[in-house]
Structure formats: structure tokens, C-alpha cells
Design a protein around this ligand. Structure first.
Ligand SMILES: NC(=O)C1=CN([C@@H]2O[C@H](COP(=O)(O)OP(=O)(O)OC[C@H]3O[C@@H](n4cnc5c(N)ncnc54)[C@H](OP(=O)(O)O)[C@@H]3O)[C@@H](O)[C@H]2O)C=CC1
Ligand SMILES: O=C(O)[C@@H]1CCC=N1
Length: 283
């Protein structure tokens, strides 16, 4: 969805906020970086944002006063309730409040922000280059216009889907955390290339382009990745020898366990009872 918004505020200007802020500017969702304001406790984060042309402030209150369309909570989960108190102190009823904090539930957000329209979303860092993947759920008071704002903001910087809230922990384990797994894979592929004699620079480029190309094939052809894998494996050839080693190393199982562990951790951050994590969600 391509459309413009007037002004957006970020409380917390760290890793994820900067990724989304950069994405919004490069995709022209805002007219200028000056239509985005961010606050942070960490001075260096504000200095970096100011260098990129964003408005900055040490006061969360000023973010709430400036932002017309959305206020995005982009602090660590344990700081969300403190930030909610700062948001409540300002009478801004136009902006929808969007939390990107892992694990923090709509119920917790609505408890901290009574009477306010809230949305829980899980984006990922590739939003910075317009290739993010985000899933969201609307709070009880959020309306159709709020859905439009969320889709405009995060749809501009990648894929966007609305999901039932109970699935957001799984989204966190997969696409929220997933870039880290993929970066590890790219690094390992490149290490393999260097071990086999390539220069580091060539190996990294080849590894990243291979992951990008393979991902594009899955998305564009909508073919099952197992079928695409089979197309690469010649009988008795090089690839099946490599696949054999990946299976011996537990590659697939380790990946599944990684998503499961991150999903579980997201539930723990959201204070889901351990008995529910085990019994209800079977994790
Ligand atoms: N990194 C990622 O890939 C993703 C992260 N998320 C979520 O995004 C949120 C932010 O993560 P990330 O960007 O990685 O974290 P960062 O630590 O990089 O950024 C958070 C920033 O918020 C600042 N902060 C803390 N308390 C306050 C406050 N009361 N008011 C204003 N600023 C404050 C921190 O300052 P200080 O360091 O001084 O405390 C820090 O600079 C988390 O909830 C995370 O779960 C979601 C999707 C992906
Ligand atoms: O590691 C984390 O907790 C955050 C949430 C998803 C990605 N990073």
C-alpha cells in the first residue's frame, strides 16, 4: 500500500526503530525525515538519528505532542509500562499507539493505556531496506483507520499481514528473530567458501546473493522449497553431498528448534504461564 502520512513518533530510537525510520523515508511514506520524531534515553542513538535528519528529543512527551498519525513504542519489553505512563500524560487522541515490543500483549498495552487505540506488531530489521515482514493485531478500541495507518507504515517497508494475536509469538520466533538465523547462515556459507579458497569479499557476496536469489525463487514461483532443492541436486552430484552433511549436522532440526525456542521466549516475555506454554501451546 503506498500512501503518505503526516507525522510519526518513535519512543526508543534503537536498532529496530532506526530500521523502520530509514525504511519509511526511503519509501517516501513521509515527506521528509523531519516528519518523524524519536526519543531515547541513550544520547548516541539520538545523535545518530539527528544526523539522518530526524527530529529528536530526550522527552517522550514531545514525541506524543508531535505525532499525528502514530506513536510507535520501540523500547525493550521491560520498559513498555514506563513509556505507557509517559504517553498517557499527553492528551493525543488522534495517533494510534503501535507497540513493536516482543511478547508484550494487547491486554498489557490496554492496561497501561486505558481508553487508547493500540496495535501490537512484530516487524523485522529488513524493514530498513524495504524487505521487512511484519504481522499485527488490533487492540479492542482500534478502528479501520488505524488498520490503514499500520498497513501504510509497515506495508511500505515490506510484507504485512494481520494475524490473531496468539500467533504473534510464533511470528516473533520466525520472522522477527529470523534475520539473525539467516545472517548466521550467510556467514557460515561464506566461511565455507573461504575454507574452499575464495576471498572473503567474494565469498560474502556469493553467499548473500545466493540466499537472496533462492528466497526470490520461493516467493515468485510459489513452488515448495523441497521441489526447488531437488532441482539443484543432480544424482551423485555435488549438492546432494552437501545436503548429506547438513542433515548429519542436524541443520533442519536445529532451525526448527530455534524458531520454537524464540517463540517460547516471546511467550515468557509476555508472562504466559510455563504450564500454558507446555500444555496449551505444546512448546
Ligand atoms: N531488534 C530487532 O530485530 C527487533 C526488535 N523488536 C522489538 O523492538 C524493541 C526495541 O528493540 P531494539 O531496537 O532491538 O532495542 P534497542 O536497545 O536497540 O533500542 C531501544 C532503545 O530504547 C531506549 N529506551 C529505554 N527506555 C526508554 C524510555 N523510557 N524512553 C525512551 N527510550 C528508552 C534504550 O535506551 P537505553 O539503551 O539507554 O536503555 C534504547 O536505546 C524491543 O521491544 C524488541 O522486542 C521487534 C522486532 C525486531
Ligand atoms: O531478540 C529479540 O527479543 C527481538 C524480538 C525479535 C527480534 N529481536
Amino acid at each position: 500500500m503506498t500512501a503518505k502520512v503526516q507525522s510519526v513518533g518513535f519512543i526508543g530510537a534503537g536498532m529496530m526503530a532506526s530500521a523502520v525510520m530509514e525504511g519509511l523515508v526511503s519509501k517516501n511514506v513521509v515527506d521528509t525525515p523531519g516528519s518523524i520524531i524519536c526519543s531515547d534515553l541513550f544520547k548516541e542513538a539520538l545523535e545518530k538519528a539527528a544526523e539522518r535528519g530526524f527530529k529528536t528529543t530526550e522527552l517522550n512527551r514531545e514525541v506524543c505532542e508531535f505525532a499525528v498519525d502514530a506513536i510507535i513504542i520501540a523500547v525493550k519489553p521491560n520498559a513498555v509500562q514506563t513509556v505507557c505512563r509517559d504517553i498517557l500524560a499527553v492528551e493525543n487522541k488522534t495517533a494510534v499507539i503501535i507497540s513493536i515490543a516482543a511478547g508484550v500483549t494487547l491486554e498489557e498495552l490496554e492496561r497501561g493505556l486505558p481508553g487508547r487505540r493500540v496495535v501490537r506488531i512484530m516487524p523485522n530489521t529488513p524493514c530498513q531496506v524495504g524487505e521487512g515482514a511484519s504481522c499485527y493485531s488490533l487492540g479492542t478500541l482500534a478502528n479501520t483507520q488505524d488498520r490503514v495507518i499500520v498497513e501504510v507504515l509497515f506495508g511500505a517497508v515490506g510484507l504485512i499481514r494481520e494475524v490473531p494475536e496468539h500467533l504473534i509469538n510464533a511470528v516473533t520466533g520466525l520472522s522477527g528473530s529470523g534475520p539473525a538465523y539467516v545472517f548466521m547462515f550467510i556467514e557460515a556459507l561464506a566461511d565455507g567458501g573461504v575454507r574452499a579458497g575464495l576471498t572473503r569479499a567474494d565469498a560474502l557476496k556469493l553467499a548473500a546473493q545466493t540466499v537472496k536469489g533462492a528466497a526470490e525463487m520461493v516467493l515468485k514461483t510459489e513452488t515448495h522449497p523441497g521441489v526447488l532443492k531437488d532441482q539443484v541436486c543432480s544424482p551423485g552430484g555435488t549438492t546432494i553431498a552437501g545436503c548429506d552433511e547438513l542433515e548429519k549436522g542436524g541443520f533442519r532440526s536445529a532451525t526448527i528448534q530455534a524458531v520454537k525456542a524464540a517463540t517460547k521466549r516471546s511467550m515468557q516475555l509476555g508472562h504466559v504461564a510455563e504450564t500454558d506454554i507446555t500444555n496449551k501451546y505444546n512448546l
